[in-house]
Design a protein around this ligand. Structure first.
Ligand code: IMP
Length: 453
């Protein structure tokens, strides 16, 4: 059985918790896109593990695979593996020979280009994700397989590094260091290659996964980020450089659509919206200075601001590093219709339903209005999206309850108004709810359906 997990909004929907919950039945957990731009925390036996690259299943004795669609920073990979080993774990991590390698110059260029872009900056994580995918498409990338073959590695570096150095120095006027030095890179990355070979980590991803499937193993394909920051289906150019949508699961793992499609594709939904960065957000509540377009904190007060603060506080929607408030908004149904179609969801997991508890009323953006027309799904350009006004539906709120008890009792124990909200969502997306997150812990989840059963 194959289960694919896809974020249906802007990332940070709580995918990690779902992978952890359903991943119990999985033998192999595969990441199919992205790199160390995705942060997830796994709690196992009371221990907290923070990972950005290693698939979370590796903490729970599953084989964790970085698929060919990923971009891999070996420095991050080995520091995460070493940190897990120091804590007594024996993570079994494999990496696709076809996956591309993030080199130090990619990170430097990511930073330079973000500063240069100004209004068009996507607010990247500066991990070199975009520049690495650019080189992949430009056929000048370096792959994991090349690290295992020193002659090829040297040849590739000798071709690409002078170009990168010229870009940094001559176009952007930045002084360069060892990040742009062929000898230094060759020595460092050859060593990473040796370690990958010594530890038997390199795999031909699609072939490896098919063999595991043929042997009867359960495979989970874990998407990072979310549909609205997918490079094709998201709010371009404020996107990441890969495909979190389910098509990416095929391309990025080497399994065909008919193989992935035999299983389930689970869309992960946060019960409200949160977003870091600039750009439109039609269902936004209140605003955040410097991020919400045209927002004036002096003029802003009243009920909407209070609501935004309530949701922000209940949901802990503040930057983990910066402490800055995140933008928040009501659930955006056109965004979800778009996500459900783009990935062909067969089930939904709705997270953070508890965050909305205690409100008198809960709104959802049911549709958009643009140029006198009603739109039920997201328009194709971000500029058009910015012109959309959300039209809302209002639901009666639900009370704060003992969520752990509710999770133990099951779906029927959810407050009636919360169930009405979920059933509306199911009807609009034509996809059943498989689970509902009502708290941060794995046990605080109401499980209706387990896709592996
Ligand atoms: P990049 O992936 O670092 O190139 O960043 C591109 C955009 O994707 C930026 O707006 C990031 O904030 C966003 N992004 C990347 N990874 C994540 C994630 O794991 N969660 C939420 N947003 C992300």
């Amino acid at each position: 059985m194959i289960v694919t997990i896809v974020g249906s909004q802007l990332g940070d929907e709580g995918k990690g918790g779902v992978v952890d919950l359903y991943g119990d039945a999985a033998d192999v957990v595969v990441r199919y896109q992205g790199g160390d731009n995705a942060g997830h925390t796994v709690v196992s036996d009371g221990e907290k593990y923070k990972l950005s690259l290693v698939p979370s299943g590796a903490v729970r004795d599953k084989v964790g695979v970085l698929g060919n669609g990923c971009v891999v920073n070996p420095e991050t990979l080995f520091s995460e593996i070493d940190a897990l080993r120091e804590r007594g774990l024996e993570p079994d991590v494999r990496v696709a020979e076809r996956a591309h390698v993030i080199l130090p110059y990619h990170r430097v260029l990511d930073g330079i280009e973000e500063d240069e872009k100004d209004d068009l900056a996507a607010g990247t994580t500066k991990r070199g994700i975009g520049p690495t995918y650019e080189d992949k498409a430009g056929r000048r990338g370096i792959r994991i397989g090349d690290l295992l073959d020193p002659d090829t590695l040297r040849e590739r570096l000798e071709y690409v590094v002078p170009q990168k150095r010229a870009l940094a120095e001559d176009v952007f006027g930045v002084e360069t260091g060892e990040e742009f030095d062929v000898e230094h890179l060759y020595e460092t990355y050859r060593e990473y290659g040796e370690r990958i070979a010594d530890e038997g980590m390199a795999v031909d991803c699609g072939t490896y996964l098919q063999e595991r499937i043929d042997a009867g193993d359960n495979v989970m394909l874990e998407g990072a980020q979310g549909t609205s920051i997918d490079i094709d289906h998201g709010i371009y150019p404020y996107v990441t450089s890969s495909n979190p949508t389910a098509g990416g699961a095929c391309v990025g793992s080497g399994l065909g659509p008919t193989v992935v499609g035999q299983g389930e594709v689970i869309g992960i939904v946060k019960a409200y919206l949160s977003r870091v960065g600039t750009g439109p957000l039609p269902t936004e509540l209140g605003g955040v200075e410097g991020q919400t377009p045209g927002y004036d904190s002096e003029a802003a007060e009243g009920e909407e601001e209070a609501l935004a603060t309530y949701i922000r506080d209940e949901g802990g929607e503040y930057g983990t590093v910066t402490g800055r408030p995140r933008r928040v908004g009501w659930l955006d149904i056109p965004m979800l219709r778009h996500a459900a179609r783009a990935s062909g969801f067969t089930g939904l997991v709705v997270n953070h339903l508890d965050v909305l508890a205690g409100l008198d009323e809960v709104n959802v953006g049911h549709a958009y209005e643009r140029e006198g027309e009603e739109l039920l799904t997201m328009p194709p350009t971000t500029e058009q999206w910015g012109e959309c006004e959300a039209t809302f539906r209002t639901f009666d709120g639900w009370p704060e309850v003992d969520w752990a008890e509710v999770a133990a009792e099951g779906y029927e124990a959810l407050p009636e108004n919360a169930r009405t909200y979920l059933e509306y969502l199911e009807a609009e997306l034509d996809v059943p709810v498989y689970a509902v997150g009502v708290g941060p812990g794995r046990e605080e989840t109401v499980v209706v359906e387990d896709p592996f059963e």
